[in-house]
Every structure is written in C-alpha cells, then in structure tokens.
Design a protein around this ligand. Structure first.
Ligand SMILES: [Fe+2]
Length: 404
C-alpha cells in the first residue's frame, strides 16, 4: 500500500481524534506537586466530602507498603476505604470488570488510583463505567461515555505515561491481544499528585524505561503536525527536564529533585497527548510489545533513534530549533548540525541508561504483519511529519534487530 493510500484511509479516524484535542474542551486535572503532595491529595479528597473510596493499585505497590500512608491519611479523615489490588501490566477487560465489581461492592463515591500507567488506565475506565452503566467494552472508541465519570484521583508511581493528564486509556483484549483505545474527556481525573516520595521506590530500569516513554511523548509531540505554541512550550520543557534529570534519577534513586523534575517532564508531555499525540515510535514499539512482550518504555527506547533519523528530513528546522533552544548545538550551527546534535544527545542518554535494547528476538517472518499493524495504528491516529510505507518500517525493524 502506498504512503498516499495509507494517508487517505487514515483521514476519517484521524479527524475524530483531532476533534478531541482541537474542538472539544479537554479538561485538565488539578495537580499537586512535590514531596508530601500525595497525602495532601488524600486530605483534599476527604475535604471534598467523599466518604467511601476504592483504592485501585497493584500487588507490588500494596506489598511494598507504598499505599499505606495514603490509606491511613484517608482513614484519619473518616473516609472508609476498600483496596483493589488486581491491576496487572497491560490491563485486560477482565481486570477492569473485576475493578468495577469491587467499586460497586464498596459502594464507592470516589476512586483513588495509585500506580503506573496500567493502574491509571484501568482506573479511568472503571470510573467511567461506574456512572454510565456501560460495560468497559462498550466504552471502546471515541466519546462513548456521554456522562461524567465517578470522581477519581490519581497518584502516579512512575514518571512516564502521562496518563494522569490524557483523555485516553488502553485496555487489552485477553483473547485477541488487541489493545483497545477508550477516548473520552471523562477519563481525565479531577486531581493528581506528583509526589517524589511515591516514585523514589522505582527500580533504576523502570525509572529509565518509563522516563524514555515520557521523552518519546515529548519528542513525537514536538514533531507532530498537530503541534502548536502551547504543546511546543510544554514539550520543549519536558525534553529539557528529562534530558537533564533522567540519568540522575536512575543513578541516585533517592534524589527527590531529579524525581520531581521527571514527574513534571512526564506530566507536561502527557498534557500534550490529547492534542499533538505521538507517532511512529509508538506505532512500531506497540508491535514489539504485542508480539514479544517488550515493555512499552523499553520498546520506545529501541525504536526512537531510528524514527528520529527517518523524520529528520521532514522536520529539520523544527528539530534544529529544539536543539538550539536546549543549547545542544554550537552558535551558528546549520540546521543539520543542530538536529544531529539533538539526536546524538538522545542516543548518548540511551547508551548510559540501564535499558536492555537488544532486538535479537525480532523475527523477519513477523515483519509484514508488524508493518501492517504499525501503519494502521499510525495512519489512523497520529499526525506524523513524514509518512512511512512497509519498506520504511522494515528498515526501522532491521535497525532495531541489529542492536544485539
Ligand atoms: Fe507511551
């Protein structure tokens, strides 16, 4: 299929997604920043009059005790809590339905989600299903909720997905392994707390991989044809914060300043997801996740340098301006030199991070299906600066696979 044909087929779906970010008023969460902000969020939940809160999290955070001070803060203010620890990576419809059942059994008047992108995505759909009376499957698509969600609040345990700021959630079909997208303004939480005391427990590899996910959001948003002054401002700051702090957050896990900066960078990039969206890094990385179980952030790290190189001719001046803004290029550098300096800075960071980027699991026999699925995803949803065809995806996969 030609790039032009791909582009034409994509237009109806693309315009639907575009409408969310450009035409509809996309709500934003109230955001509390800094050390202790998660406990302050719990106090705020109680002060707003909520009496029964379902805490949605996963087994790991529950066992680590990460949620304990937050549950205690709610209980101390007279809020009755129930805990749902059933979230798993890449949450399925079954997990969301189990959470919905827990929500109904708890007679919860609000949800508090504590976790990474998987918990937040599951919590979003539980909150929307709780008020609409629709099944999670019936919410798949754009604007299927048509009602406000149950009030829900978010404490991210990672700095990467930016899901606390976006109108989208991804839920997996356990039988087909297809990832379904729910897009609805009701999926934005009322408030979120970006608390370094919560994220400092992350292992270095998780910190690195989720941080590269955030960097990818910011860079793909920067290169998007839907970028505007506002998204450029957020994404520029996000790239700066992440480039300057991710390595420190990995090597000094208790460095709260670096954790703060990463949380802010991830959140700023997340704020732009509903407008400038992402691009081919995500479209191809999702295929590595679906076929080989590569975690999302790691897959982005494997693909990012190759897509940056592919896109550069189509957005040379834009990449050069970001490089100059971040003072990565010497004064008087040409656009090519400046854009190359940005790519080099990204590659250098990737080389220093504890991320296993080997692509040795990639099978040539999977290329055709992966290319088809990646192009279907990208051309249906993302305003990429330059269109790929199947052979372009093959070349990216060759580059990823060559990294042994
Ligand atoms: Fe992502």
């Amino acid at each position: 299929m030609s790039a032009l044909t791909n582009r034409l087929k994509a237009l109806p779906k693309l315009s639907a997604i575009w409408a969310i970010g450009k035409v509809l008023a996309v709500p934003r969460p109230l955001v509390l920043f800094g050390e202790g902000s998660a406990v302050r969020l719990c106090h705020s939940i109680a002060d707003q009059g909520h009496k029964r809160v379902l805490v949605i999290t996963d087994d790991v955070l529950a066992k680590l005790g990460t949620i304990d001070p937050l549950v205690a803060a709610l209980n101390a203010r007279g809020v009755i809590t129930e805990i749902f620890t059933g979230v798993r990576p890449d949450p399925t419809f079954e997990i969301v339905e189990a959470g919905l059942q827990a929500c109904q059994q708890a007679r919860a008047d609000a949800l508090l989600v504590i976790g990474g992108g998987s918990a937040i995505d599951a919590g979003k759909v539980i909150a929307l299903a709780a008020t609409t009376g629709k099944t999670p499957q019936q919410l798949v698509g754009v604007l299927k909720g048509r009602q406000p969600a149950l009030p829900f609040f978010v404490v991210p345990s990672t700095s990467g997905t930016g899901s606390e700021a976006s109108v989208a959630a991804v839920i997996s079909d356990s039988s087909t392994h297809v990832k379904a997208l729910v897009v609805d303004p009701g999926l934005v939480p009322l408030a979120a707390a970006l608390d370094p005391l919560i994220t400092q427990g992350m292992p270095a590899s998780v910190t690195a991989e989720t941080g590269i996910d955030a960097l990818t959001h910011a860079l793909e948003g920067w290169m998007s044809l839907f970028a505007n002054e506002q998204t450029d401002g957020y994404n520029r700051t996000a790239v700066r914060l992440i480039l300057n702090n991710l390595e420190t957050a990995c090597t000094e896990p208790n460095n709260l300043a670096a954790r703060d900066a990463m949380a802010l960078g991830s959140h700023y990039a997340g704020l732009c997801l509903s407008t400038s969206a992402v691009g081919y890094v995500h479209a191809i990385a999702h295929q590595l996740g679906a076929r080989y179980g590569v975690p999302h952030g790691r897959a982005n790290a494997m693909v990012l340098p190759h897509v940056l190189a592919f896109n550069q001719p189509a957005c040379l001046k834009k990449l050069a301006s970001l490089s100059r803004d971040l003072e990565l290029a010497p004064a008087g550098a040409t656009d090519t030199v400046a854009a190359n300096a940005l790519s080099t800075r990204v590659s250098d960071l990737l080389a220093r991070l504890p991320i296993r980027r080997s692509g040795s699991m990639i099978q040539r026999s999977d290329y055709a299906r992966m290319a088809t699925d990646a192009l279907t995803e990208a051309h249906g949803m993302y305003a990429v600066p330059r269109y790929m065809d199947e052979q372009d995806v093959y070349r990216v996969l060759d580059g990823v696979a060559a990294n042994a």
